[in-house]
Structures are given as C-alpha cells and as structure tokens.
Design a protein around this ligand. Sequence first.
Ligand SMILES: Nc1nc2c(c(=O)[nH]1)N[C@H]1C(S)=C(S)[C@@H](COP(=O)(O)O)O[C@H]1N2
Ligand SMILES: [Mo]
Length: 195
Amino acid sequence: MKEIISPINFREDRLPPGQHWVDKLIVLDIAGPPPVDLSRYRFRIFGEVEEPAVLLWDDILDLEKVKLTADFHCVTRWSAKDVQWEGFHVNEIKKLVKINHDVKAVMIHSLDGYTTNIPIEYFFDEDVIFAYKLFGKPLPADHGFPLRLVVPKLYAWKSAKFVSGVEFLKEDIPGFWEQRGYHMRGEPWKEERYS
Ligand SMILES: Nc1nc2c(c(=O)[nH]1)N[C@H]1C(S)=C(S)[C@@H](COP(=O)(O)O)O[C@H]1N2
Ligand SMILES: [Mo]
C-alpha cells in the first residue's frame, strides 16, 4: 500500500503559531455522529463535472488504498502529532469524473448537515485523502464514520467528518463555519483563523 507522510510533519516550524500539542484528537462537531447504514450509504460527486457519479460503500473499498501520517491542527489551538489514517487519495476522483476546467473550489457535504469549502489547489494535494480508518481501526463514529476528509495543510474544520459527497464549484463559496466567521482558506502557519 502506498504510504504518505505529510510534508507539514517535516517543517522546521512544525507546530503552527498559537497552537499547542495534545496527546490525542479531541472530538469536535456540530451535532454528534449521524446514524449510518452502510448498505444505504452513498458518496456523491457532483457540481461542475461532465457526468456526476455515485459510489456505494463497496465501490469505496475497491478504490486504491493509501496510508497517511499527518499532524492535525484545530483552530481552537490544539494540535495532534502523527495521526494515522487510511483510505483513498483524492486523485481517485479524477478517474471517476471529468472535472470542468473553470473549477475554483469544492464544497464537502456531510451527513450531519455540515459543509466546508476548500480551494481546488488545497483539495487536490499530495497529502489529502478520504479516510475510513484511524490508527488501523475502522473510523470511530466520533471521528467521522464511515468516511471523512483529511486536509493536513489546513485547519481541522476543513477535514469534514461523515462525508456524503463532494461538489465542484466555479466559485469559492462559504460552508458552515465559513458563513459564521471562519476563514475561507484556513492555513495554520498564516493563522487564517477568522475572516
Ligand atoms: N461533519 C462534520 N465534520 C467536522 C466537524 C463537524 O462539526 N461536522 N467539525 C470539524 C472540526 S471544527 C474539527 S476540529 C474536526 C475534529 O475532528 P475529530 O472530532 O476527529 O477530532 O472535525 C471537523 N469536521
Ligand atoms: Mo476545529
């Protein structure tokens, strides 16, 4: 299996400004884990694509697997070192749909009603994966079962849990927290916490 270590782990300034290390991930979400029946689960790829796609849970498990080790930085100032994830790389999506040329961002949609926007160049990056395992075990409900995004180079609110789909957008528009004052991009080393 391909193994990726995020380049952020090798930075000289590994801990972003205003952050402190904690021993493990702290559970944070707007509504708690939604009920999930894997036989009814659907992952939708839609928006600015030639032909939308819908994946069943088994289709997701058939995608090429990848392991990722990456630090995790929450805007509420805690950071967790060397979190280990397993899932599929975002580039798998490019094999499933033809994305329109003028795409600027994605909106990630979640089963709890959460959304978050990510500029396209931060979404299609070397260390961005959709994860269904955490430290070698199925993703716990609290941490995003059945599937979550992991975007190591941005604050953790962009790493959406309980993901139901990805929408490609011609314009970067705000998601749940971004509508409530969080930054449109959220780069931890630039302290892009609020807008
Ligand atoms: N669907 C969903 N994803 C979410 C959230 C949420 O409320 N709903 N909270 C975000 C925030 S603010 C953080 S810090 C991380 C926390 O991830 P963890 O609970 O696995 O530590 O999830 C992010 N992803
Ligand atoms: Mo967060």
